[in-house]
Design a protein around this ligand. Structure first.
Ligand code: ADP
Ligand code: ADP
Length: 240
């Protein structure tokens, strides 16, 4: 039971300086209820892969299948339907995805009203799971970066979609809260939601069973362990 599958997926950007080959023939399956981390250096293609997976971008070549439907050349209306009902996107700077005039609790209640097929977790329970109960009445602008990031994850859990796609969801979190986010993803995965996240975070990489490595647009065989952590650490330092 495969939520999403990529076959020979290529993404080429037309930049001023010429073509940028961000994905160079990616083959991967995301089975239902699995949690997959996409690791690798900055510029490796992680954002591009997540954009295509969350149907915010399209492959230049190859085939992408979602929920058994070939979405590679599907019409915008079809993609919108799949996105609304099936996919929760958790951006790296999540404030943009939250309703600014609503409190944390009201944000989750709003998401719960518009959610998809599956039964989501109750807003109160989700706030507690992510240690946000004491911030229930705060608007997003009043939350710290880490609290906003957790609220975006909370919104995804409330929505209970078929697929959660998260960009660096633990980047701004301390160890306890990073652990809470990973545990929460594990919990919804056990209930059947497929989770895919990009991460440089060695804490997340240690906790996750499936880590794929994306470098120069090529997805390598799964590997994990100290070698991967060192490499991610180096590229992070080089970027800073
Ligand atoms: P990562 O998320 O791993 O840092 P990206 O997917 O953001 O990697 O980028 C992969 C490559 O594609 C990089 O060389 C980047 O500069 C390039 N790229 C990404 N988005 C665009 C774009 N909109 N236009 C041109 N080049 C892009
Ligand atoms: P991340 O930190 O997630 O890797 P980036 O900072 O690489 O994200 O990219 C942020 C945004 O800028 C993305 O939407 C990406 O597609 C776009 N982008 C990245 N590289 C380029 C580029 N060389 N030209 C144009 N847009 C780019």
């Amino acid at each position: 039971d495969i939520t999403a599958g990529f076959r020979s997926v290529v993404r080429i950007y037309q930049a001023v300086s010429g073509e940028v080959h961000a994905l160079r023939g990616v083959d991967v399956d995301f089975p239902r209820g699995s949690v997959t981390a996409i690791a690798g250096p900055s510029g490796g293609g992680k954002s591009t892969l997540l954009s295509i997976l969350s149907l915010r971008d399209r492959a230049s070549a190859g085939t992408v299948t979602m929920f058994g439907t070939d979405v590679t050349r599907a019409r915008g209306s079809v993609l919108n339907g799949l996105r609304r009902n099936g996919i929760a996107w958790v951006p790296q700077r999540p404030a943009h995805g939250l309703f600014p005039h609503l409190t944390a609790m009201e944000n989750l209640r709003q998401v719960a009203r518009t959610r998809g097929r599956t039964q989501g977790l109750a807003p109160g329970a989700v706030l507690e799971m992510l240690a946000l109960s004491h911030r229930a009445d705060a608007r997003p602008a009043r939350l710290s970066g880490g609290e906003q990031q957790r609220l975006a994850v909370a919104a995804a859990l409330t929505h209970a979609p078929d697929l959660v796609v998260a960009d660096e969801p633990t980047a701004e979190l301390d160890d306890d809260n990073a652990g809470r986010v990973i545990a929460a993803l594990g919990e919804i995965a056990a209930a059947g939601t497929t989770c895919v996240l990009s991460t440089h975070d060695s804490r997340a990489l240690r906790l996750l069973p499936r880590v794929l490595h994306l470098r120069h647009g090529v997805l390598s065989a799964e590997r994990s362990g100290p070698e991967l952590h060192e490499e991610s650490g180096r590229s992070r330092t080089a970027d800073a």
